[in-house]
Design a protein around this ligand. Structure first.
Ligand code: 13P
Length: 256
């Protein structure tokens, strides 16, 4: 059985001071039952990572970088490397979030290089894929999502793929309050798993966690988690409220 995976994506929404308060609140509320059933990860703004590492030390709540560059060091003003993220306590890194793709023009080639660098330096990448509204309306969901998956994972050894987490986040559902029907999301997750099977074999594909994101709330979390190929959730806005995020995590402790 795949261990459920939950990621709080705080984006650029908290200062370092606010991040410390939020992390402390979560550490106090996330109990052993939740941590037994779920892997819990927080992606804070980069500047807050050392503070979070301090605040969460010994808690089993993991930290993710929200982004990274694909080189180890050099003249890349404003960027950070995988080894820098690791040094401040990250074990995961988000790669190819739709906000990075759309606002910062990241393409699949760059995302592929970042994934390779993350794996090489010992960070677990969370590869984000998802279609825009016009692509959905044109019936191109699987074409877009499987294309992003294939190009993102190009030339990555099949034996490494099982450790990648894939996040399906329909762009039209991110931060909009609009949500995909759980059955429609399940169809995409199932197709991602078959696509991974073609890349790395069915056994490895069965081990990959494929998580859903886009306007997840305590009200809709359980419906997504009841789908067989939805292995966890990526939570933006609702993860900024400790009570809401913990309620979502509690939904993760229930297996139907
Ligand atoms: P929202 O939950 O705010 O829609 O954000 C989702 C997201 O981007 C998670 O990575």
């Amino acid at each position: 059985m795949r261990r459920r995976f939950f990621l709080a994506n705080w984006k650029m929404n908290v200062t370092v001071r606010e991040a410390r308060v939020l992390a402390a609140a979560l550490r106090d509320r996330i109990d052993a039952v939740i941590l037994q059933a779920c892997e819990v990860v927080i992606a804070p703004p980069m500047l807050a990572m050392p503070t979070l590492a301090q605040e969460l030390a010994g808690s089993r709540i993991a930290i993710a970088g929200a982004n990274m560059y694909c080189e180890d060091k050099g003249p890349f003003t404003g960027e950070v490397s995988a080894s820098m993220l690791k040094e401040v306590g990250a074990s995961y890194v988000l790669i190819g979030h739709s906000e990075r793709r759309d606002l910062f023009h990241e393409d699949d080639g760059l995302i592929n290089r970042k994934l390779k660098a993350a794996l090489r330096d010992g960070l677990t990448p969370v590869l984000c894929v998802g279609e825009h509204a016009d692509e959905r309306d044109a019936g191109r969901v699987l074409e877009v999502v499987l294309g992003q998956l294939q190009r993102g994972l190009d030339e990555i050894d099949g034996s490494r793929l099982a450790q990648v987490v894939v996040a399906y986040e329909p762009v039209w559902a991110v931060g909009t309050g609009r949500t995909a029907q759980p059955q429609a999301a399940e169809l995409v997750h199932g197709s991602i798993r078959s696509g991974l099977g073609d890349l790395c074999g069915r056994n490895a594909a069965r081990r990959v966690r494929i998580v859903y994101g886009g306007s997840v709330t305590p009200t809709n979390a359980a419906a997504y988690l009841s789908q067989p190929d939805i292995d966890g959730l990526m939570v933006g806005a609702a993860s900024l409220d400790p009570d809401s995020f913990v309620q979502i995590l509690k939904a993760g402790t229930v297996r139907t």
